[in-house]
Design a protein around this ligand. Structure first.
Ligand SMILES: CC(C)(COP(=O)(O)OP(=O)(O)OC[C@H]1O[C@@H](n2cnc3c(N)ncnc32)[C@H](O)[C@@H]1OP(=O)(O)O)[C@@H](O)C(=O)NCCC(=O)NCCS
Length: 184
């Protein structure tokens, strides 16, 4: 367990250029506290202590402003920078080394009890206030820009921005018509 905690602190220091010391990160990084409390809530959830799990999540939300459903599946070294306003739904699946900023929503569109939240593969980054909806897959090492709205799969290694999200910085993106010209 201590190895995991140390790894989380190291990850925060590597991914936030503003981080000064490990002690500062441990004491003041709400995103880190949210992930640690999620791990406790998830451990309760998988042991069928669903009410206790939800209570821990609720406490985490109160303390950090981050809401992670205890049923979500999250890999190693998730870092949520700043934290406030980020929401991760029940059937979301996150691989290893995912970076989320504040205000990110990994939400559902369906009201049915089924896989209804996004899957983020290893190494995905999601910018501040981006909204990802439905059981989509964001491929390995892809990046979602700040404020994007994503309702379709994102191929590995691709950067998408805007609403609806579209790729930038690729040959495909360069070949897409300029919306300003198309709209006249
Ligand atoms: C999407 C992102 C990763 C792209 O970074 P990049 O690869 O350096 O790309 P560029 O800045 O060269 O931008 C490429 C194009 O996308 C546009 N763009 C970049 N980010 C955008 C965004 N979030 N929304 C809409 N358009 C965006 C740029 O204007 C540029 O358009 P152009 O080719 O017509 O000039 C980055 O802009 C971003 O949003 N990162 C999230 C960071 C974040 O949330 N930080 C919070 C810190 S508190």
């Amino acid at each position: 367990m201590f190895t995991t905690l140390r790894e989380d602190v190291r990850t925060a220091m590597a991914k936030d250029p503003a981080a000064v010391s490990a002690l500062e990160v441990v004491l003041t990084y709400a995103g880190l506290h949210a992930v640690w409390l999620y791990r406790l809530a998830h451990a309760l959830w998988v042991r069928d202590h669903s009410l206790s799990a939800r209570l821990v999540s609720h406490l985490a939300r109160f303390l950090t402003g981050v809401e992670i459903h205890p049923g979500a599946t999250i890999g190693d070294r998730l870092f949520i920078d700043h934290g406030m306003g980020t929401v991760i739904g029940e059937t979301a699946e996150l691989g290893d080394d995912v970076l989320l900023y504040h205000g990110v929503t990994l939400g559902g569109k369906s009201m049915r009890r089924e896989k209804r939240h996004p899957t983020l593969e290893d190494g995905v980054t999601v910018g501040a206030s981006a909204t990802l909806l439905g059981p989509i897959t964001v491929g390995e090492d892809a990046t979602v820009g700040a404020g994007a709205v994503v309702a379709d799969d994102v191929p590995p290694g691709t950067t998408v921005v805007g609403n609806p999200a579209r790729p930038v910085g690729t040959e495909d993106a360069a070949n897409q018509p300029d919306p300003a010209v198309v709209d006249g």
